[in-house]
Design a binder for this molecule. Sequence first.
Ligand code: NAD
Length: 471
Amino acid sequence: MSSSDHSFFGDVLRHVDKAAQYTKHPPGLLEQIKQCNSVYRFEFPLRQPDGGVEVIAAWRVEHSHHKLPVKGGIRYSPDVNEDEVMALAALMTYKCAIVNVPFGGAKGGIRVDPRKYSADQMERLTRRYTHELAKKNFIGPGIDVPAPDYGTGEREMAWMVDTYIALNPGQLDALACVTGKPVTQGGISGRREATGRGLYYALREACSHESEMRRIGLSTGVEGKRVVVQGLGNVGFHAAKFCREGGAKIIAIAEREGAIYNENGLIEEDVFTFRKETGSLLNFGGATNIANTLDALELECEVLIPAALENQITDENADRIKARIILEGANGPTTPEAEAKLLAKNVLIIPDVFANAGGVTVSYFEWLKNLSHVRFGRMGKRYEESEDRRLLQAIEVATGHKFSDTQKLSFVHGAEELDLVNSGLEETMAVAYNEILEVRRSKQIPDLRTAAFLNALEKIALSYAELGIFP
Ligand code: NAD
């Protein structure tokens, strides 16, 4: 959690400054890139069931307008503060540049604990927040496009898009004002699991490089690697699922109330169901309880996936972390002080600014779908299948061999929306990882985070250089 004496935005600035040492850009330009362009802080009233009024604090920060719209999630948490939203908005700018998504960075937050409010209150709060954004031109398909983050999901995005449409009747592209919507309301297949799936692709790519794995004393491949996951929310759950399906073993899961450990492996779906039914993951069958949830981060394992909140791996616990790879699902889980200690121990940190970019990547696909008003795959699927059939027939004629119906069924396959989304996500993560690795090697940078920020800085600086500065 953010403590009052620790600046998350300050951490992001330090990462950028470290990367900037490898560039020759003028200090003024770097300063412009680093600062948040617009910080909108506002308060609004929420009526209580007893007729009283609660004043709610909220933010939307647009970090960089070098590409429009700007994009970033909305966080609901009692710990939301301006420094945190600024940091998260800034991370979005660099993240989009790294995965070649043509957006500037933004982030929003409301200081509430969603668990303490009824669904009706959450709906009124979300709609009022959207209205406040609309009043100041802080939302719109070509302006600023929110998405889910910690404490929000498809439900909130549906309320937001409905409110936006009500305020902008007849606007043809209105559905593109937020992403992460339910598929039935203009969302896209695969968005819900995109961040977790992207984390898996990031890990798989990192583990495929023999020389990189040798550097940290591991063999190649995800198979057999022991994984500890912190946070069983959207990101942690899906990261665990895809890593397990890719052959890794989830040996521990940490949540607010404590952690559980089983050296033979846990199935995240069973743990999730158990927690939903009992209100806690503790006492899950066959697993050992860990009372202090943070202790789970110090378990013997190959991969640690912090997927809850920022500031979890700190100066205090970094020395006791035994994982060889830290795959950052959350934004900002590792402080710069902790990172220095981990790098000294030769730990591979796959940084948030790249690793959890699967969400914004698939949000970009959703935005494209909304603007084109057609589902991916709708035009081509049947055509591709008829092409497959024609090819099979040609092979049959040429070889005299007849394919069985089962063989034909397995070969004839036109791409569905989900196939295309996953393929686009896989390509994006693989290309981005290799770009970062190339920067790291060519500039002889020891860590991936600095290389990732450098990669982003170069792209953003180029954008400023080409566009010039208005007026
Ligand atoms: P979420 O609300 O779905 O899940 C967060 C989970 O963390 C919850 O289950 C919560 O109980 C748990 N948690 C809270 N405090 C904890 C603690 N101290 N120890 C262990 N678990 C704790 O949120 P999410 O969308 O999964 O986001 C998690 C992180 O990933 C955030 O940092 C967010 O910014 C980042 N992220 C999310 C997305 C996305 O698409 N949702 C994309 C990129 C990055």
